[in-house]
Design a protein around this ligand. Structure first.
Ligand SMILES: NC(=O)c1ccc[n+]([C@@H]2O[C@H](COP(=O)([O-])OP(=O)(O)OC[C@H]3O[C@@H](n4cnc5c(N)ncnc54)[C@H](O)[C@@H]3O)[C@@H](O)[C@H]2O)c1
Length: 436
């Protein structure tokens, strides 16, 4: 079977890899970005996804990269994996999806499957099916939302938590079943539904995860005021299997390429358009904004009165172990910090790609090439992300490089007593003054 994958970001490359290896399809992987295609053809895989890159580097025969639309002609199926960013009003921008589908409609010569993997506004699958009914060839439109997480893109694509399949006809269910028969035989659930249910499942999943993160952050404020320690509370609350520990850790707020845009697309625009009250979604979003403003206040309260303070900011990606900095919550905090007079910031992330994209996207910030450079003569250090390598940092190392003795830990990386010579200010836990 010959299939096309349109859009080669996290979703597209993971889909292309699994379709070529697990499903044994011949894959034409297409992107409008010629530079990306050039890099892929040289074996220069631009995402910091270890397993995905390993698989792509070994999958040469069944996977061709192209930016030539003609290569998409007459395929058996097309997987739409392009971006769906937020419009200015927060709603889902379908421009890339519509362009990709228009291209497919022009290149199709026979009955074919159109599989929508991008996160799209509810109703998109049905309206695409209605539009495509006017074409001469028959299209089976399938809404197959994607649930992979960055950092484990290939692993999640190969063995997803579930298949959520929205269709209009039974042939479409059979098509996805035949492509993913190995995973289904292993017991991965396969949920059959209509387009709208599949589309809402995706939005509801992301919004729930965002709400869970926001809830934990709100609890951390209560912990701070009452003398509780939120890390102990989170462990004990999450031990209830109905609640669980996953995505239940205090942070600077949720971020990334998906949660912020999906929460606002569902609540702030879609539910509003329908006139449906969406208090939980609005509160999730408001709590996320509150989180960095409260953290900002905590930092300024501590630094008040110190002129010309230099702060090292460690951790720029929106999640540990990845290089993606899109909508990373640290940048909201940085924007607020740079408005304060006399603050000098030095940024660092363990991922070279994260540092490079930060330099590109935020040229006004000083991004250090090494952790030593960021920490040198700093009055305070702020840990924004919980990469395992940051947890290894020793007190002697900080004492050697830093001028000041303040640590802000926004991910509760360390025990309260690890740094005896520093004032240690974490989240939802008591402030610890130097012991010596
Ligand atoms: N990143 C994630 O973790 C994740 C997880 C689940 C779902 N999603 C959803 O999947 C979709 C893609 O996300 P992503 O992070 O992979 O996106 P991305 O921004 O990393 O990549 C999108 C790619 O599409 C290409 N493109 C744009 N217009 C095109 C067109 N007309 N034809 C062909 N290619 C085109 C771009 O050049 C880019 O390479 C989004 O809807 C997103 O919400 C993302």
């Amino acid at each position: 079977m010959k299939v096309g994958v349109l859009g080669l970001g996290y979703i597209g490359l993971a889909n292309a890899a699994v379709l070529a290896t697990v499903s044994k399809c011949d894959v034409i992987a297409y992107d409008v970005d010629e530079k990306r295609i050039e890099r892929l053809n040289k074996g220069d895989f631009y995402l910091a996804e270890r397993r995905l890159n390993e698989v792509l580097s070994k999958t040469k025969k069944k996977l061709a990269y192209t930016s030539n639309p003609d290569d998409l002609e007459g395929l058996d199926a097309y997987f739409i994996c392009v971006g769906t960013p937020a419009k200015e009003d927060g709603s889902c921008d379908l421009t890339q999806v519509n362009e990709a589908v228009d291209l497919v409609a022009r290149k199709t010569t026979k009955e074919t499957y159109l599989v929508i993997r991008s996160t799209v506004e509810i109703g998109t699958g049905t309206s695409l099916r209605e539009d495509l009914e006017k074409e001469n060839t028959k299209f089976h439109v399938i809404s197959l939302p994607e649930f992979l997480a960055e950092g484990t893109a290939y692993e999640d694509e190969e063995k997803p938590s579930r298949f959520v399949v929205g269709v209009d006809d039974h042939e479409s269910f059979d098509f996805i079943r035949s492509l993913r028969k190995d995973a289904i035989n292993e017991g991965i659930p396969f949920y059959e539904m209509n387009h709208e249910s599949a589309e809402l499942t995706k939005y509801a999943s992301n919004t729930f995860l965002a709400a869970k993160l926001s809830f934990m952050n709100e609890m951390s404020h209560l912990a701070e005021e009452t003398g509780a320690d939120i890390t102990d509370v989170a462990k004990a609350v999450g031990a209830d299997p109905r609640i669980g520990h996953s995505m239940f850790k205090v942070s600077l707020g949720y971020g990334g390429a998906c949660l912020p845009k999906d929460v606002s697309a569902l609540g702030e625009t879609y539910a509003k358009k329908l006139g449906i009250p969406s208090f939980m979604i609005s509160a999730t979003r408001a709590a996320n904004i509150l989180q960095y403003t409260m953290t900002m206040k905590k930092i300024m309260d501590e630094l008040e009165g110190y002129p010309n303070v230099r702060i090292a900011i460690i951790g720029l990606s929106f999640k540990a172990g990845i290089s993606d900095i899109r909508n990373s919550p640290i940048y909201d905090l940085l924007e607020a910090l740079t408005k304060e007079k006399g603050l000098e910031l030095a940024l660092y992330d363990v991922s070279k790609e994260a540092r490079e994209s930060s330099k590109e996207l935020y040229p006004d910030y000083h991004v250090a090439d090494t952790m030593d450079e960021a920490l040198m003569d700093a009055d305070a250090v702020l840990f924004a992300m919980d990469d395992p390598s940051y947890k290894e940092i020793e007190e002697a190392y900080l004492l050697k490089l830093m001028r000041g003795r303040t640590i802000f830990d926004c991910r509760n990386l360390f025990s309260l007593y690890r740094f005896k010579n520093f004032k240690y200010i974490s989240m939802g836990r008591p402030i610890r003054n130097p012991i010596n």
